[in-house]
Design a binder for this molecule. Structure first.
Ligand code: HPA
Ligand code: ZN
Length: 341
């Protein structure tokens, strides 16, 4: 391992943009398909991996929803979560705010409680055995309608003390944040935090809507905000965290190469960017790999890496005492080890 990779792996960090269904590796997909008697349209793990060549977000989403069809039992959701946590434990990940898409499962006849109980069991085990804390963000699928989102929020009612916030994901273009203004207001009234995918493929106007109409606490992705200087100014002024996903952006052709990725520009502009994996099983790398490849391609400095690590905690929904503890751990680590000394 290079000095830079070793430094990054040891640096305490949080992941704020991770779709747990997007951590389903082909091997586990096959195991669950066998366990549950679900037919897959692929003959082998290699065939699945070969299908992961995407031209855009929708290409990916089609295969991602198909893969999620093997998740049936509470144990499946537990195993999915634990496989992810075991993997990021080796990346120096200390805290995760994970997205889940209940509609992808309830629309197939899986009970909301099956999804929740399985994920919560995995999260408790990860905290106990790996020392990784986590919380859940319920995402509404934006290609479905407002009534379906309201029904999902209602189904979540018994679990609201175990869900930190709501988000908005799936096909962005044609499904602006405005479509979910009322359901986000209802979620806010229940004390939930709010985030939304905006500016991944959608225009800067969608980021404005996420801010002005949904009143989100964070923007997921936000790349296209850079097209609008007034929007950048607003995001900087508000100190709004962007959950940026370098390898996802590469695989979904949001950027032509990692060297062209706007992460460094975002930091230079004063935007509060973070590094995340999005759907690591599909995009070729978990949290650590996103950090290492971005740092390498963009030649990020030690100070930039530390800023990114700090942003991952100050942009989290952790209580202030926990944020302070993680920031102190970053400071102690940075004093004790440098990849450049
Ligand atoms: N964008 C939108 N929806 C998603 C994504 C993404 O990157 N990953 C999983 N659902
Ligand atoms: Zn995402």
């Amino acid at each position: 391992m290079s000095d830079l990779a070793a430094f990054i792996r040891g640096l305490p960090k949080a992941e704020l943009h991770l779709h747990i269904e997007g951590s389903l590796e082909p091997e586990l997909m096959f195991e669950l398909a066998r366990r549950n008697g679900v037919a897959l349209p692929f003959a082998s793990v290699e065939e699945v991996r070969a299908a992961y060549a995407f031209s855009n977000l929708q290409d990916f989403l089609d295969i991602y929803y198909q893969g999620a069809g093997v998740l049936i039992t509470e144990r499946d959701f537990h195993d999915l979560a634990m496989a992810y946590f075991r993997r990021v434990a080796t990346d120096g990940c200390r805290h995760v705010e994970l997205f889940f898409d209940p509609q992808t499962h309830t629309d197939r006849g899986i009970a909301f409680s099956t999804v929740m109980d399985g994920l919560l069991a995995g999260m408790a085990e990860a905290e106990r055995d790996l020392g990784i804390t986590s919380s859940l963000i319920l995402c509404f699928l934006r290609h479905l309608d407002e009534a379906a989102a309201f029904a999902t929020l209602k189904a979540a009612e018994p679990y609201l003390d175990r869900i930190v916030g709501v988000g908005l994901d799936s096909s962005e273009v044609g499904h602006p944040p405005l479509k979910f203004a009322r359901v986000f207001a209802a979620a806010r009234a229940k004390g939930l935090k709010l985030v939304a995918h905006a500016g991944e493929e959608g225009p800067p106007e969608y980021v404005w809507e996420a801010l002005d109409i949904l009143d989100v606490d964070r923007i997921d992705h936000g790349n296209r905000a850079l097209e609008d200087p007034a929007l950048v100014k607003r995001l900087v002024h508000d100190g709004k965290t962007l959950t940026v996903c370098p390898l996802s952006n590469l695989k979904l052709r949001v950027v032509p190469s990692l060297k062209d990725h706007p992460l460094r520009t975002m930091l230079d502009l004063g935007l509060k960017a973070t590094i995340n994996s999005d759907d690591p099983a599909y995009f070729g790398g978990y949290l650590g790999q996103n950090w290492i490849q971005a740092a390498d391609a963009l030649e990020l400095s030690l100070a930039e890496l530390i800023t990114l690590a700090r942003n991952s905690f100050t942009g989290s929904f952790l209580p202030p005492e926990a944020v302070a503890r993680h920031l102190a751990a970053i400071d102690a680590y940075a004093e004790g080890s440098s990849p450049y000394s």
